[in-house]
Ligand binder design. Structure first.
Ligand code: ZN
Length: 366
């Protein structure tokens, strides 16, 4: 017995400490219609009632500004951002309950399990940490009916996470789906930032949706299927930036340290950082600069036909010739550079409910 242990332990240890470096995710359920060019069968639709016309567009289940259409300057613009994908179930029992198994899209470690469906609009939730190179990215599995993993568990690609469901706010059996998100994490002192900004408790620790920023995961699935050598950092860096913000250098600005593959240029001696984001606020490029900056400010915004606030969920505001950080933008940059030693700011959201406090700036994770 002792001998077997002596032989098997080093191998076990080796397996346990060897992280998966590449990120080549598989789909989280048996639904593979995304790869068959049938998005209407892959995505769960949203219920839309726009100008008296009811519809069920599958686009509402895809990533991006796909929800809440408004008529702006005579044109229709979807103003609500969805930062994950809603995968439709393939199987239901005779009562209509979905049966699909949810599986880990890549090997990793379970870092958060929330069995309390009412704790956020994510419902029952699992977060898995994956290593991409030496940096962590997170897959989020939300609205689960049942969870079959525990906190701290190592899981292999394809390992069972739970069962598809419809827990969380605003869902019903008909619209049961898996909300899958693949995200970067903004800041490791999030708990301190949250308590300084929200009166209600943070039920999800570091993995609160506010601290996770989802990328275009369906776009990555499809791009990597075209080119299996494409890495996640390469995919991110080729996204179109919409605006850039100059952020003062500070040891508390973690993004270039957490995700060095976003950095282009020599960070030594940087006095500020020019950070470029997609329209909904996903970072795609960080450029160190010797230009000093005393406060964060908008450095560039792409030309646009619609008001900036509508195109950026309030991150950028102001007239077209004078863009500035919007309320949500200030809040985001404040989190990105958060110094836990900072005196808490006055709390503007007095009376905010627990649920609202665990939402995104504008909610985007349903
Ligand atoms: Zn969703």
């Amino acid at each position: 017995m002792t001998k077997i242990l002596a032989v098997s332990l080093p191998l076990f240890l080796l397996l346990a400490i060897t992280p998966a470096k590449s990120f080549s995710p598989v789909l989280p359920t048996d639904n593979e219609e995304l790869f068959r060019g049938k998005p209407e069968k892959f995505y769960m639709y949203t219920d839309r009632d726009f100008e008296g016309v009811k519809s069920r567009p599958w686009q509402g289940g895809s990533y991006g500004f796909t929800r809440n259409p408004q008529r702006v300057d005579g044109k229709v613009l979807a103003t609500k951002f969805h930062e994950g994908i809603d995968v439709s179930p393939l199987r239901r029992n005779t009562s209509g309950e979905p049966l699909d198994e949810i599986r880990a899209i890549e090997s990793g470690r379970v870092v958060h399990v929330s069995n309390e469906a009412k704790d956020s609009n994510y419902g029952k939730l699992v977060v898995i940490e994956h290593q991409v190179g030496d940096t962590p990215v997170y897959s989020v599995y939300a609205h689960l009916a049942a969870i079959d993993v525990h906190h701290g568990q190592n899981i292999k690609q394809g390992g069972r996470v739970g069962r598809l469901g419809y827990t969380g706010e605003g869902l019903n059996q008909r619209r049961a789906h898996l909300h899958l998100e693949v995200a970067l994490l903004w800041h490791d002192q999030f708990a301190s930032w949250h308590s300084a900004n929200f009166p209600s408790p943070n039920k999800h620790g570091l993995y609160n949706g506010i601290n996770l920023m989802g990328l275009d995961i369906a776009g990555f699935y499809l791009a990597q299927r075209q080119d299996s050598s494409l890495t996640l950092p390469q995919f991110v860096r080729r996204q179109e930036p919409f605006f850039s913000v100059r952020i003062p250098e500070s040891p508390h600005f973690q993004l270039p340290r957490r995700y060095p593959w976003l950095v282009k240029g020599n960070p030594a001696g940087a006095r500020s950082w020019l950070v470029s984001f997609t329209a909904p606020g996903f970072p795609v490029l960080i450029e160190p600069s010797i230009e000093p900056a005393s406060a964060p400010r908008v450095a560039r915004v792409a030309p646009a036909k619609f008001p900036y606030a509508k195109l950026t969920r309030g991150l950028i505001d102001g007239p077209r010739d004078q863009p500035r950080l919007g309320k949500s933008g200030h809040k985001l940059i404040n989190l990105l550079s958060w110094d836990p030693a900072t005196r808490p700011e006055p709390r503007p959201q007095r009376g905010l409910s627990v649920d609202a406090a665990n939402r995104k700036f504008p909610p985007s994770n349903e």
